[in-house]
Design a protein around this ligand. Structure first.
Ligand code: 13P
Length: 256
């Protein structure tokens, strides 16, 4: 199996942006622009926008995701949302382990693993984010860091469940900074993630795994990044808030 046979997925991570009115407007703009996409299109929206997003994407090819979920099914966890609450709404995806959750909200590899387990048990598909800090890249330990993040996050996940997982490589120094990893840097680490997954499962499974790059991907640099062997899609922050830019990235993934 090679890149052409893997499912390309372009996902928007809206982060803490858009109220319900803006969500409806952005999705109405986006829908016709991506209607003929040859890749999967996902939008990861704030919890408060999920119902609006589901309503405005119904019958379209846009899939809806949340940006986090808790590891418990219910209980005394003020401010948290469970996987079951999301699937009950009709949500299909959840983004887990984003570096902003790790940096600002105390997320660790172990809690990412717990959330991922709960997401799978609750029936969600997962976009698992991993990536090194600038300091770690400069120390030459990117490979070790990313391998460790992948290994811990996937503990207790069966080969069959891996069909519901996408891994997003997001170097922290490239997020929201306008400083993109070069296409070769992105490809190198996505390839390394693929080899880690091959060692945990098998080569065939790893060859079929969708691995995205994220970090300042935009309408201008997307083609080069997406042309790389191990880059099967993108997790897009800022550029996903502009319908035309996001659609350009979707088009680039469609063309491979
Ligand atoms: P930017 O595209 O804004 O750099 O954000 C990337 C990201 O964090 C996606 O999850």
């Amino acid at each position: 199996m090679n890149k052409q046979l893997r499912r390309a997925v372009i996902a928007g991570n809206w982060k803490m942006n858009c109220n319900t009115r803006e969500t409806a407007a952005l999705l109405e703009d986006l829908k016709p622009l991506v209607a003929n996409a040859g890749c999967q299109v996902v939008v990861g929206v704030p919890f408060t926008d999920l119902s609006t997003a589901l309503e405005h994407t119904a019958g379209s090819n846009i899939h809806v995701g949340a940006q986090n979920c808790h590891w418990a099914q219910s209980g005394a966890f003020t401010g948290e949302i469970s996987a079951g609450m999301l699937t009950e709404l009709g949500v299909e995806y959840v983004i887990l382990g984003h570096s902003e959750r790790r940096q600002y909200f105390g997320e660790t590899d172990a809690t990412v693993n717990q959330r991922l387990r709960a997401a799978l048990d609750g029936g969600l598909k997962v976009i698992l984010c991993v990536g090194e800090l600038l300091q770690q890249r400069e120390q030459g330990i990117t490979g070790e860091i990313v391998a460790q993040q992948v290994k811990v996050a996937l503990q207790g996940v069966s080969a069959q469940e891996m069909q519901k997982i996408i891994i997003a490589y997001e170097p922290v120094w490239a997020i929201g900074t306008g400083r993109t990893a070069t296409a070769d840097q992105a490809n190198e680490v996505c390839g390394l993630i693929r080899s880690v997954v091959a060692s945990l499962y098998d080569a065939h499974l790893a060859q079929g795994l969708t691995i995205q790059y994220g970090g300042s991907m935009n309408a201008k640099n997307c083609r080069e990044l997406l042309s790389k062997e191990h880059v099967d899609g993108g997790l897009i922050g800022g550029a996903s808030l502009k319908a035309a830019d996001f659609a350009t990235i979707v088009q680039a993934a469609t063309e491979g």
